[in-house]
Design a protein around this ligand. Sequence first.
Ligand code: SF4
Length: 406
Amino acid sequence: MSRVGITPAPSARLLILQPTPFCNIDCDYCYLPDRNATQRMSMETVRLAAQRLLDDGLAGAELTVVWHAGEPLAVPVDYYRQAFEIVHRVLGPDSRVTHAIQTNATLIDPTWCELFKQHAVRIGVSIDGPAELHDLHRRTRRGRGTHARVMQGLQQLREHDIAFHAIAVVTRDTLAHADAFFDFFLDNGIHDVGCNFDEAEGKHAHSSLVGRETAHAAFLQRLLQRSIVSDGRVVVRELASAWQLVAEPLPQYAWRGRHWPDNAQVMPLALISVTWNGDFSTFSPELLGHRSDEFGDFILGNVTDGSYVEALQSQHMQRLWSAVSAGVEACERQCSYFAYCGGGAPANKWFENGDLASTETLYCRSMIQRPFDIVLDRLERERTAAAHIEGAYATGVCNLPGPEMA
Ligand code: SF4
């Protein structure tokens, strides 16, 4: 049994560091509360965020450090040269660390590409498909579309032979254009595509997908059809995950005599998010920076003051953990998808239902339930599809992060 009380003993899967809250563009569906703020995480905070992980025994053999929550390339290249060196010095002897950056790609130039290559950084590019769709929402502060600049960034990545995946926000505008959306990724040789279906989160309080669930199903069905026909040249993360889950449900972990499907968003310290000033939280990364009457600002501590595991003992954390666990228990009682989901995303339960202990959300219907149903239905109806889907998806899924990296 681990100090966290979970068996097998957990290690952190993602350490999510916010180099700056600032973003150089102004997408209209962004949930981040402070994206005009220009502070930076100090190198001492980077060191402490890594050191606490080591001291708490949470640094496993493999660890991904994600630089996120603001535009990570809004700080200079040299920032990362120093930061990577510090992380390597602290964690390198114990863990194989992979750095991952989710970027809007508008600032990528040859100097960034050198850094990405030198450190084998995993790059995710936020792009919503063709310009007509992308520029509806992903704009500069002056209201101009960013698609052309993103394409220049992608060109830089290609010229430097740097692999990348794409994450697209799918809004109501996208649903009627499944073919144009798919063709964009196919024509540009982008193999791995994650769909973040427009979520109601934080400042972005209303999802454009509300009331459009039939159109969402048709969109997913079309993507699956196109993906099969393309022989898996484009693999969609949500469908790939569903395929994996049909083939093999989630592994389980034990906590207080319960056996639950593995879901990093409901397991304390599996995901650790640290803001630029060292405040940290766990469970869904999107909770950090938001406020509730019951749980304050979801901050559990600061890396300057104490360890991650110590923070688990605080009343604040115990209350938060109880509410998240009550949500998992409710999902277990009520939801037939529980074995494939493990209780969903606390942030979406909070933002949509105002209750961490609640169950179903628009998010889980669009990201989990419906992709699962569509893949399963296809497999049941067409035996030949099974072979195609297997060929297309069984190898593609591991190239993409989960939705918590959106
Ligand atoms: S699909 Fe939704 S309701 Fe079902 S277990 Fe997951 S979060 Fe809970």
